[in-house]
Design a protein around this ligand. Structure first.
Ligand SMILES: Nc1ncnc2c1ncn2[C@@H]1O[C@H](COP(=O)(O)OP(=O)(O)OP(=O)(O)O)[C@@H](O)[C@H]1O
Ligand SMILES: [Mg+2]
Length: 515
C-alpha cells in the first residue's frame, strides 16, 4: 500500500518578484491518496508556489522531490510528464472549441485531429469513472462554469495527472456544483492519487482536506491535520489575529424613497429565448436586496442590464425616479450606478494596465483627474495611493500592472474603484469572490456602509451565507424570474434553497413583496 507515503515534496522554495518575497523558504509535502489544503490570505503566495510546482515559474531557491528523487520542472510539459496537473484560478479553456478539442489541444501529434473520435470516447469513459457525464462535443462557451471546471479536471487527468492542483476551484461554483466536485476529487484520491486544494473557505477545508498548510506573507506558518484543528485556529494561523467570522448588521430605518426600480423587464438572448422574464424589483435607499440563485439563472443578464452592458427587449428601469432604460454603460455610471462584475478578468479590469489606471477607468474624465483636456497625473496617483492604503492592496507600486497582483488583490482593485465613485446604486455581483476572510469582512463592512449612507444595493451572489448576512430582503432568481422576495427575517436557508432549485412550496399567505 502506498498510503501515507510521500508522493511529492517542495523543499526550501523561495521566489522573489523584484522587492516582493512571494515565497520564503517554503516546505510542503503531499502523500499518496491525500488532499492537502493550502490556506492563506490574499497575496500570501499560494498561486506562486503552485505555479512553481507546475513549471510556470522557476524558483530562486529550493527543490522539488517526487518519490524521494529530486526532479527538475522547467515547464508545464515537464510537470505533466511527472504526473502533475493544474486547474488554474482563472480557467484557461478556449470557449469556441469543443470539450474534446480543448482536452487534446497541444498534445503530441498522434493525438491530433484523426484521433478526435477516439479521444471523445476515452473522455466519456473517464468522466463516467469519475462519476459524471459530459458531452465531449459540446462547446465550452455553452457550458455552465461548473461543467467547464469538470473539463479542466478531465483535461489534467486525461493527460496523466496523479496530482491535481486546484487553485480556488470553488470560487465560481454553486454549493451543489461544489459538492459534485468534492465527489470527483474523492473518487480521484480514492485510488491513490493526490490533490492540492487552495481555498479561502474554511468550511471547505474542513469538509474535504486531510491536512492543511497555512501560508502568511510568503512564509510557512505550519501544517496541521484536519482532525486536529478548528476553523478558529486556522483563521488565526492565516491572519495572525482573531477575526470575526460573521458580520454584525444593525437594523436601521429604511428610507421610503426608491433608489432603483426595475419594471417588467424582459431580456432575450441571441436565440430569442427569454433569459429574464417580466422581472420587477425595487430597492429603497439604504436597503440591500440580495438575489440568491444557482448561477446561470439570469444573474449575469440582470447585472448587465443594470450596468448598461445589455439591452432590455421590454420593460423599464429607473434610478431615483429617472428613467435609465437601455442607456450605455457610461451613461449608467453618470446616473450613479456602480457595478462590481462577476468576471473581474474580462469585464472588471484591463490586466495589462497599471493599478492606478484601472482605478481611474471610470472617472478619468472627471475633476480633479482631468480639466477637460489634460489628465492630472498627480491627482490620479494620489487617488490610487489612498485606495491602495485603504483597501490594503498588496503591491510594490501603483504603477504595477494589475495582472501581477494576486487574484484577491485584483478583486480589491475593482471594489475600490466602484465604491470610490460614490454611487446611488451599487450592483454587486459576487463581490467577494476570491477574497480571503479578512478582505471579505472588509468588503462586507463597506457594502453595509454604502447601505447606511442611503445607497441602494443589489447584491447578487451564489454564496447563501453572504446573502443572508447582508440582505434586508432576499429574492430568489430562477430561470429568469424572481420566484419570491422575502423579508430577510422571514427567510430560511431551507426555503431559499428549495426555491433556488425551482421548488415552489404552497403559498402560506406570506406577503410577497414583489411589486
Ligand atoms: N508575476 C508577478 N510579478 C510581480 N509580482 C507578483 C507576480 N506574481 C505574484 N506576485 C506577487 O507575489 C505575491 C504573492 O502572490 P500570489 O498570487 O502567489 O498570492 P495568493 O496567495 O495566490 O493570493 P490570492 O488568494 O489573492 O490569489 C503578491 O504580492 C503578488 O503581488
Ligand atoms: Mg492566488
Amino acid at each position: 500500500m502506498t498510503e501515507n507515503m510521500t508522493f511529492l515534496a517542495m523543499q526550501g522554495i523561495s521566489k522573489y518578484f523584484a522587492k516582493v518575497i512571494a515565497n520564503d523558504k517554503i516546505d510542503i509535502d503531499v502523500k499518496y491518496g491525500e488532499i492537502l489544503g493550502i490556506l492563506g490570505e490574499n497575496g500570501a503566495g499560494k498561486t506562486t508556489l503552485m505555479n512553481i510546482l507546475y513549471g510556470l515559474y522557476a524558483p530562486d531557491e529550493g527543490q522539488i522531490v517526487i518519490d524521494d528523487q529530486p526532479v527538475s520542472i522547467h515547464s508545464p510539459k515537464d510537470s505533466i510528464l511527472h504526473g502533475i496537473g493544474m486547474v488554474h484560478q482563472h480557467f484557461m479553456l478556449v470557449p469556441t472549441h469543443t470539450v474534446v478539442e480543448n482536452i487534446i489541444l497541444g498534445m503530441s501529434s498522434q493525438k491530433g485531429r484523426l484521433r478526435l473520435r477516439q479521444a471523445a470516447e476515452e473522455i466519456l469513459t473517464l468522466s463516467q469513472q469519475l462519476g459524471f457525464q459530459i458531452d465531449p462535443f459540446s462547446y465550452i462557451r455553452d457550458l455552465p462554469v461548473g461543467t467547464q471546471q469538470k473539463v479542466e479536471i478531465l483535461k489534467s487527468i486525461y493527460r496523466g495527472a496523479k496530482l491535481l492542483i486546484m487553485d480556488e476551484p470553488t470560487a465560481v461554483l454553486t454549493p451543489q456544483e461544489t459538492e459534485e466536485m468534492f465527489k470527483i476529487l474523492r473518487h480521484f484520491t480514492g485510488s491513490g492519487n493526490a490533490v492540492i486544494f487552495i481555498t479561502h473557505k474554511l468550511n471547505e477545508v474542513m469538509a474535504i482536506t486531510d491536512r492543511i498548510t497555512v501560508l502568511r506573507d510568503g512564509k510557512l506558518i505550519g501544517t496541521v491535520k484536519r482532525t486536529e484543528t478548528t476553523t478558529n485556529e486556522l483563521a488565526r494561523m492565516m491572519v495572525g489575529r482573531d477575526i470575526a467570522l460573521t458580520v454584525n448588521k444593525h437594523a436601521q430605518p429604511i428610507s421610503a424613497e426608491i433608489g432603483l426600480r426595475v419594471e417588467n423587464v424582459t431580456v432575450q438572448n441571441q436565440h430569442h429565448k427569454n433569459v429574464l422574464h417580466n422581472l420587477s424589483l425595487t430597492i429603497q435607499r439604504g436597503e440591500i436586496l440580495g438575489i440568491a440563485g444557482v448561477s446561470g439563472n439570469g444573474q449575469e443578464e440582470l447585472a448587465e442590464v443594470l450596468s448598461g452592458l445589455r439591452k432590455v427587449s421590454s420593460g423599464h428601469i429607473y434610478v431615483k425616479g429617472r428613467e435609465v432604460t437601455n442607456l450605455s454603460a457610461k451613461e449608467m455610471i453618470e446616473h450613479g450606478v456602480s457595478f462590481i462584475p462577476e468576471d473581474r478578468q474580462h469585464t472588471g479590469l484591463i490586466l495589462d494596465m497599471s493599478i492606478y489606471e484601472n482605478l481611474m477607468l471610470k472617472s478619468f474624465y472627471r475633476t480633479p483627474f482631468s480639466n477637460r483636456h489634460f489628465l492630472n497625473k498627480q491627482a490620479t496617483l494620489n487617488h490610487a495611493a489612498t485606495l491602495i492604503a485603504n483597501y490594503n492592496i498588496k503591491t510594490p507600486s501603483p504603477a504595477t500592472k494589475v495582472k501581477n497582483l494576486s487574484g484577491g488583490h485584483q478583486q480589491k482593485v475593482v471594489v475600490a474603484r466602484e465604491l470610490s465613485l460614490e454611487p446611488e446604486v451599487l450592483i454587486a455581483f459576487q463581490p467577494t469572490r476570491g477574497l480571503d476572510i479578512g478582505a471579505i469582512e472588509y468588503v462586507h463592512t463597506l457594502i453595509l456602509q454604502a447601505r447606511n449612507e442611503g445607497k441602494s444595493v443589489l447584491l447578487i451572489s451564489t454564496e447563501l451565507s453572504e446573502i443572508f448576512s447582508l440582505s434586508d430582503r432576499i429574492g430568489v432568481l430562477y430561470q429568469g424570474e424572481i420566484l419570491k422576495i422575502f423579508e430577510a427575517a422571514d427567510a430560511t436557508i431551507e426555503e431559499v434553497g428549495l426555491l433556488m432549485a425551482g421548488v415552489k412550496e404552497k403559498t402560506t399567505g406570506m406577503k410577497n413583496k414583489k411589486e
